[in-house]
Design a protein around this ligand. Structure first.
Ligand code: DHE
Length: 538
């Protein structure tokens, strides 16, 4: 396991002492269980890539927080057999079964004291891959730069760039391990910011097809947000408890410790989003009932007048909330949330399904949201709906709909009255809901259901009925739709290691073509993202 360029910077910046050596009795099927010096084993075989501190280097962080989505059985297999198409070799020939089991136990054991990631660590981790002055200010390809797609391929941690007109790949590059959440586009789609679960933020120049810079902003990260001009980037972390603000070149501006208003309790940050019309980032805390708004403009005319009572002193002048949190205090925490199209209101829910509507101008909860189960508001969409039962003079109403991670339903809510209009029964709990302003259909998966994860259901946005099912191969997940810029084609993920992006005609719902991909997770169309298309997520 040969360390690559990034390891030195990461390891140099670690704020953690080496864990003390420990002996463990490994969970081995052998009758006499040998005692294993696990720390020494880890140091010998794993530390070069994953760091002695387990915070990660060339390989990912090996901490319980970062491994929560990997079953222990799978971890044993990876240690024994390696991971295809990565630098991770198999150790079955060098290590006994009990030693592999001991290492697996070790990496699922919390590091004490809790790892820290300081401003100095963030700054030291930054890598500039390309001198920005050498980059072209025009796209280096012929495809429409506004109709490109990025496809995140989790199978071998790559990203493919698709020409959205020809529906063909034009480029593919290696990403950081385990990207999560949507990449964020800025500067008319030229720059893209990716976040990995291990805290790496990558800036990619889509016109030059080059990774420009990277920085590690945390140890366990939720997601990333970028201002539309690409000059400000915000990163929400679970570990440490921080919200990190970077400039457009991924230099650290400042770290906001996620502490409650009284400075007594710290919290993980659930997620952060850009609220372009407000020129601010909105973040919610997961362990404390607070929503934060962090303005990234100093121009007073850009800021709603309701802000003028809340000033933050900075550099001798009073600037309303500039790069500092302005807090909305709530009785319930927010895990997952969604915004009205003008970002004046936020609809949020805790993982227990307590839903609330928060007005970001008056900074108060203004309504309850009748949601239960585990609504996945982050993948919500909106559209104009006219009640067919309300007669010919009925006016269109704006509705939002979201999936539920615990219930087989899509919940449709009126965005004025906050009432549930309909609970559309689906095959099973689903993750993603997608549509497009030009499409009469919304697509929903049932990927949390083992029996129905291969079925996409198509909902008519006016009748609110499931009108069609797109059935894949049983056992193979079919999920996550993204439309072309014009809404003509809908691209679905065959979410398997030897998977594909399946292109569907969005009218006839027939398959048009399939592009082989390695576990394509999410797909993101530049136009739909930069225009905040109503059928797509933030
Ligand atoms: Fe996600 C987006 C939270 C598990 C794939 N997921 C998001 C966002 C949040 C979130 C807050 C919006 C961030 C953004 O786009 O900036 N996800 C969570 C969870 O809390 C949850 C349930 C548990 C966890 O481990 O974090 C979770 N998510 C998953 C998965 O298991 C998925 C299916 C596979 C994976 O790769 O981790 C997954 N999440 C995604 C994807 C998006 C996403 C593909 C972007 C969707 C989009 O179209 O914008």
């Amino acid at each position: 396991m040969k360390p690559l360029r990034s390891v030195a910077a990461v390891v140099a910046g670690l704020a953690l002492a080496f864990p003390a050596a420990q002996s463990v009795v490994a969970a081995s099927p052998a009758a006499v269980t040998p005692v294993v010096e696990v720390a020494a084993l880890y140091e010998q075989h794993c530390a070069a890539c994953h760091a002695s501190s387990r915070l990660g280097g060339m390989g990912p962080a090996l901490l319980p927080e970062n491994l929560s989505r990997l079953r222990k059985g799978e971890a044993l297999k990876v240690i024994a057999e390696g991971r295809t198409a990565t630098q991770m070799p198999g150790f079955a020939a060098q290590l006994g079964q009990h030693e592999i089991a001991a290492i697996a136990d070790w990496i699922y054991t919390p590091v004490v004291p809790e790892p820290r990631w300081s401003d100095a660590d963030i700054t030291a981790s930054r890598i500039e891959h390309v001198d920005p002055a050498t980059l072209s200010d025009k796209p280096v390809f012929d495809a429409d730069p506004l109709n490109l797609f990025l496809v995140v391929e989790a199978g071998d941690h790559h990203v493919s760039v698709l020409d959205g007109d020809k529906l063909e790949p034009i480029f593919r590059f290696q990403s950081r391990f385990a990207l999560h959440g949507g990449p964020k586009f800025a500067a008319e789609g030229r720059y893209v910011f990716f976040g990995s679960r291990d805290g790496w933020i990558t800036k990619f120049d889509l016109w030059n097809l080059k990774v420009v810079a990277e920085v590690r902003a945390g140890i366990n990260t939720r997601n990333v947000a970028a201002s539309p001009d690409g000059k400000h980037v915000a990163v929400a972390n679970y570990l440490p408890h921080t919200l990190v603000l970077l400039d457009g070149d991924l230099n650290l501006i400042k770290t906001l410790p996620a502490m409650d208003r009284d400075g007594k309790q710290s919290s993980r940050v659930s997620a952060v989003y850009d609220a372009t019309p407000r020129q601010s980032f909105i973040a919610a805390l997961k362990d404390v009932g607070e929503v934060w708004e962090i303005s990234y403009t100093k121009a007073v005319e850009d800021i709603p007048t309701s802000y003028i009572h809340d000033y933050t002193q900075r550099e001798g002048t009073f600037i309303p909330g500039y790069l500092n949190p302005r807090r909305t205090i709530l009785a319930e925490v927010l895990d997952d949330f969604f915004f009205t199209q003008d970002y004046s209101e936020l609809m949020g829910a805790s993982r227990e399904g307590v839903g609330q509507v928060v007005n970001l101008d008056v900074r108060k909860k203004i309504a309850n949201l009748p949601l239960d189960g585990m609504p996945h508001l982050g993948s919500g969409i909106t559209w104009e709906w006219t009640d067919p039962a309300a007669g010919p003079d009925a006016k269109p109403r704006t509705v939002m709909a979201s999936t539920n991670l615990k219930a087989g339903e899509v919940t449709v809510i009126d965005m004025k009255t906050w009432e549930v209009i309909k609970r559309i029964q689906t095959r099973g709990p689903g993750f993603f809901l997608r549509s497009h302003g030009n499409s009469r259909y919304a697509f929903v998966d049932s990927m949390m259901s083992p029996e129905a994860k291969h079925i996409l259901q198509v909902i008519d946005k006016q009748t609110l009925e499931v009108v069609r099912e797109i059935v894949g191969e049983p056992g193979k997940t079919l999920a996550h739709i993204e439309f072309t810029r014009d809404g003509r084609y809908a691209l679905a993920s065959l979410w398997e290691d030897e998977g594909a992006v399946i292109v569907l005609d969005a009218q006839t719902l027939e398959e048009v073509k399939r592009l082989p991909m390695r576990k394509p997770v999410g797909k993101y169309n530049v136009w739909n993202k930069i225009t905040r298309e109503e059928g797509t997520s933030h």
